[in-house]
Design a protein around this ligand. Structure first.
Ligand SMILES: Nc1ncnc2c1ncn2[C@@H]1O[C@H](COP(=O)(O)OP(=O)(O)OP(=O)(O)O)[C@@H](O)[C@H]1O
Length: 242
């Protein structure tokens, strides 16, 4: 299964994405990185049809942007940046809210993220990290082929962040998983491919092992060192400006 993206998007007069193109496949975790305001969230919203971009998003050749919303929702699911729920639902009801979830889907999704035992608790009881897991369960219960996640580890401690990344690593063999990540070290460790977005354009794309400090320095404006610890590449930002 393959997702081929080529989109441009403007908010009114303001161009935010220009010809951003990439291909993501099942079996790899694809991560979008880039500084604040680069257009990462806009790109995910454009891909899922919340915004109406120019261009196409093809899943195995079929353009999902021209599909009816209902048909599209069966194929692609967007997990927004975590904001806390304002209404009281049980965890189970919250996961069921996805339009196409069956009871069996809800059960297996909750089991997958480790929240099945707590399903009758109020979703407002959950910590930030647990709530993120509930959001992922809700996306899983949809059963779509593609899941887009916007900063799934923001606000999470390292333990919960790793837990979320491990779940995504398992899921990538069943679905196309595309995650915007702010934490470059998590991106280096877990992503199979990275796309660096800068001012609405693709600045660089490749495998984590191919990333050079200069590429990050150009975009983030700080000196960085890339080193290796226990076989993992680590980015150390320096205080010096480029
Ligand atoms: N509704 C909107 N109307 C006008 N401009 C917008 C709107 N939403 C976002 N933008 C602008 O589009 C640009 C890209 O925003 P976007 O949220 O996609 O960036 P991002 O890379 O996700 O940033 P961050 O890492 O800070 O979340 C920014 O300059 C932002 O100010």
């Amino acid at each position: 299964m393959k997702l081929e993206v080529l989109v441009s998007f403007s908010y009114g007069e303001r161009e935010v994405l220009r010809n951003v193109g990439f291909t993501a496949e099942r079996g790899e975790l694809f991560s979008i990185i880039g500084p604040n305001g680069a257009g990462k969230s806009t790109l995910l919203k454009a891909m899922v049809g919340i915004l109406e971009p120019e261009g196409s998003v093809r899943l195995d050749g079929r353009n999902i942007l021209t599909m009816k919303p209902k048909e599209r929702a069966k194929l692609i699911t967007y997990v927004p940046q975590s904001s806390f729920p304002e209404f009281a639902f049980t965890i189970e009801e919250f996961v069921e809210m996805g339009a196409y979830a069956t009871r069996g889907d809800v059960e297996s999704a909750l089991k997958r993220v480790g929240l099945w035992e707590r399903r009758r608790e109020q979703v407002t009881n959950l910590s930030g990290g647990e709530y993120q897991l509930a959001l992922i369960a809700r996306a899983l219960a949809q059963g779509s082929e593609v899941i887009l996640l916007d900063e799934p580890t923001s606000h999470l401690d390292i333990n919960h962040a790793l837990e979320v990344m491990e779940i995504l690593r398992e899921l990538k063999n069943e679905k196309i998983i595309i995650a915007v990540l702010h934490d470059l070290n998590l991106a280096l460790r877990y992503a199979d491919r990275l796309m660096l977005l800068h001012r609405g354009r693709k600045h660089w794309e490749g495998e984590p092992g191919e990333l050079e400090p200069g590429v990050l320095e150009e975009v983030y404006g700080v000196k960085v060192k890339l080193t290796e610890v226990d076989g993992h590449r680590i980015i150390l930002p320096q205080l010096a400006k480029v």
